[in-house]
Ligand binder design. Structure first.
Ligand code: GDP
Length: 279
């Protein structure tokens, strides 16, 4: 992290716009709160990626939230889209209208926590045009300068921008989304937290997927058990294998077979921060 911080601080001097790639299913939790300090108030473009997996109504809430912040614009996309470049380039020029042309090309830094879809987006944006500029001293990864047009350069962040988990809910949401490695969390705990949220906000999706009634009225544990039973995750006769049931619940959320779900709204996220829940 230290090397990444140093590299961003060094690179930022010659950057006009900072793109932060966020997971549209958990925009608050997938942000790195350190980035605002590191990027020293440069114009910011928040890109809500994986919009195809997220709840469209909530994506609209997050876009409005970010677009209301000074020096900030937000767009949503999915990195696998055929042509996300147009909206992204347009938003950058709106944020830094003084840039453009060969003399003052637009210089954009793209940042995001692992698994948010940065490589996919860069590949989609560039096709075959990716250009490596070579090693930079003290940087763990080769930094890439990618030319999207004659007057538009995209710099990939060197190093890894780990998520900074500042409230407990963010940790659970990151784990549910797949942003945190499998060995770093307890699946049953994450599944119970996930089900707790889903039964309140998306009970109909749970009921439809797992063919259960009255999900909202069940305890989290009852819900996990019911899911395991419905999906045949049993051990030794009729006992539910809760570990397997947890893996099923998490997998079904991640792969969006449950439906398009967003695990936090701007208001909820602000409340979690204000309540200062700690891990
Ligand atoms: P990186 O670690 O940020 O470079 O993330 P990757 O580009 O490797 O993407 C992580 C995973 O998310 C991969 O399985 C991608 O296929 C998937 N992914 C990336 N962008 C999207 C998207 O917009 N929609 C969906 N559904 N999946 C995506």
């Amino acid at each position: 992290m230290h090397l990444t911080q140093k590299a961003i601080a060094e690179r930022i001097k010659n950057i006009d716009v900072v793109i932060e790639l966020l997971d549209a299913r958990l925009p608050g939790s997938s942000a790195n709160p350190m980035l605002a300090t590191l990027t020293q108030g440069k114009p910011a473009l928040k890109v809500l990626n994986k919009q195809d997996l997220a709840d469209p109504e909530r994506t609209a809430l997050w876009l409005a939230h970010y677009n209301a912040l000074p020096g900030t614009r937000a767009i949503s996309l999915d990195a696998s889209m055929a042509a996300p470049a147009k909206a992204l380039i347009k938003a950058c020029f709106e944020l830094a209208p003084n840039r453009g042309g060969m003399v003052k090309p637009m210089r954009v830094l793209i940042c995001g926590i692992p698994n948010v879809g940065k490589s996919t987006l860069i590949n989609t944006l560039t096709g075959k045009r990716a250009a490596k500029t070579g090693d930079e001293a003290g940087v763990t990864k080769v930094e890439q300068r990618i030319s999207l047009a004659d007057d538009f350069y995209l710099y990939d962040t060197p190093g890894v921008l780990w998520p900074r988990i500042i409230v407990a809910k963010s940790g659970y949401n990151l784990a549910a989304s797949g942003a945190v490695g499998r060995n770093a969390f307890d699946e049953q705990e994450v599944a119970l937290e996930l089900l707790d949220y889903l039964k309140t906000h998306y009970p109909q999706l749970l009921e439809a997927r797992f063919k259960i009634d009255g999900a909202a009225a069940m305890s989290d544990e009852q819900l996990l058990e019911a899911i395991g039973r419905k999906r045949g995750a049993l051990q030794g006769g009729q006992k539910v294998n809760l570990q397997k049931a947890a893996e099923i619940a998490i997998y079904d959320f991640r792969s969006s077979v449950l439906g398009r779900i967003t695990l936090e709204t701007p208001k909820e996220f602000a409340q979690w921060l204000a309540a200062g829940q700690t891990l």
